[in-house]
Write a new protein. Structure first.
Length: 370
């Protein structure tokens, strides 16, 4: 799949930008604070329907503007079809259109499958469980768009259940939420556990190649539903989760929050059997983040049978030359489309053909060599 054109209006500091994306590499070049990441953010938002950086939707609308608009033309190589996607943000609401018709989240996703790699991802091993859950959830929404729909339903139900706990509401109301939470939550846990099992060996082999010396990397799903999570049976997991929600209810009432479920789980990362958090060096943390992203990317390319679109934010300045070289070697082999930001014109990419360059300055995006 390939992004052909993008048009961005009143998004962050971009008043109006038009881009024609190269079939291989497109570089957005500019000093800090000019709008490079904002441009990637617009592309990621319309592709994944999640914000690239963790901010409320309203922060994405340009100060002083009423609404933001992003439009994208995408081509799918396997079918040769093109689709026109558009997204409008207005206040807290979002309107999606596909080929000129209003579209729902589920049918909108999957047309521009995109993986982003940003400086924040380098803290994957060191940072909070929330960051690792976000990694899993973003990877999974690319694998299965229906996953996002379930995750959103789950989040909404948890929020509402917590509100009932705070208000000391009735048991019958909690019973109803527990049903939704157990169904959607079991789906999320099972999908995550399966994905981690498949990603593990792939991540380990990337890590073994990248890190030097390289202890053995292994991944596991650390679930707050310690007993009863059965990756081979969503129905069983659901029953176990429902029972645990009920058992924990008195505690949840006391704490006024839902204490068990996928929103408390973690992706456990281990080197030679020890938790990464406790012992990995700075260099190992970077190698680990890179290995996980490469595993995600190559796994996805295999599932889709075509490479996904890759957005790289500031990677050449965040990674040392050796790691950056390893990243680009893998990216070149995949032969997918890459859109990257950098303060300097990237070197060595012209050789792989079709490098399109844009200058980004004060929210203006201009083609370098038209
Ligand atoms: N909603 C918004 N409206 C207008 N400007 C914004 C908005 N959100 C962020 N900005 C501006 O965008 C700029 C940062 O752009 P960014 O793309 O992160 O820079 P970089 O080129 O370093 O990646 C800052 O100047 C910030 O003030
Ligand atoms: Mg930036």
């Amino acid at each position: 799949m390939r992004l052909l054109r993008a048009s961005i209006r009143n998004f962050r500091n971009l008043e109006s930008a038009e881009l024609e994306l190269g079939p291989r590499f497109t570089a957005l070049i500019g000093q800090n604070g000019q709008g490079k990441t904002n441009t990637l953010e617009a592309l990621y938002l319309i592709a994944a329907l999640r914000p690239l950086r963790n901010v409320p939707r309203s922060a994405l609308i340009r100060h002083g503007a009423e609404s933001a608009h992003v439009a994208l033309t995408v081509e799918r190589q396997s079918t040769g079809l093109t689709h026109a996607l558009s997204l409008e943000l207005k206040g807290a609401s979002r309107v999606l259109q596909k080929d000129g018709k209003k579209a729902e989240t589920g049918s909108f996703l999957g047309h521009a499958v995109t993986v982003a790699f940003t400086p924040d991802d380098l803290a994957l091993g060191k940072g909070s469980p929330e960051g690792r859950r976000r990694f899993l959830d973003r990877a999974l929404l690319n694998v299965r768009p229906a996953y996002l729909v379930r995750a959103l339903r789950f989040q909404k139900a948890i929020k509402e259940r917590n509100r009932v706990l705070i208000d000391q509401g009735k048991d019958e109301v909690l019973d109803a939420y527990d049903q939704v939470i157990a169904s959607e939550g079991a789906g999320i846990m099972v999908e995550r556990a399966r994905y981690i099992r498949e990603l593990g060996p792939r991540a380990a082999s990337h890590f073994a190649r990248i890190a030097d010396p390289a202890p053995t990397l292994s991944l596991a799903y650390a679930a707050s539903l310690d007993e009863g999570l059965d990756p081979s049976s969503e129905a069983q997991t659901r029953e176990a989760y429902l029972a645990k929600l009920l058992r924990r209810r008195p505690l949840d009432r006391k704490r006024r929050t839902t204490s068990v479920g996928p929103h408390h789980d973690d992706l456990e990362l281990m080197l030679d059997g020890h938790r990464v958090k406790d012992r990995a060096s700075q260099g190992q943390h970077r190698a680990l983040a890179l290995a996980l992203k490469l595993a995600e990317l190559t796994d996805l390319a295999e599932r889709l049978q075509e490479p996904p679109i890759l957005l790289l934010d500031d990677m050449s300045s965040e990674l040392d030359p050796v790691r950056s070289g390893q990243l680009f070697d893998c990216v070149r082999r995949l032969e997918g489309q890459v859109i990257l930001t950098s303060t300097e014109p990237p070197r060595g990419l012209e050789a792989s053909g079709h490098l399109v360059e844009y200058d980004v300055a004060q929210g203006q995006v201009t083609r370098r060599h038209p």
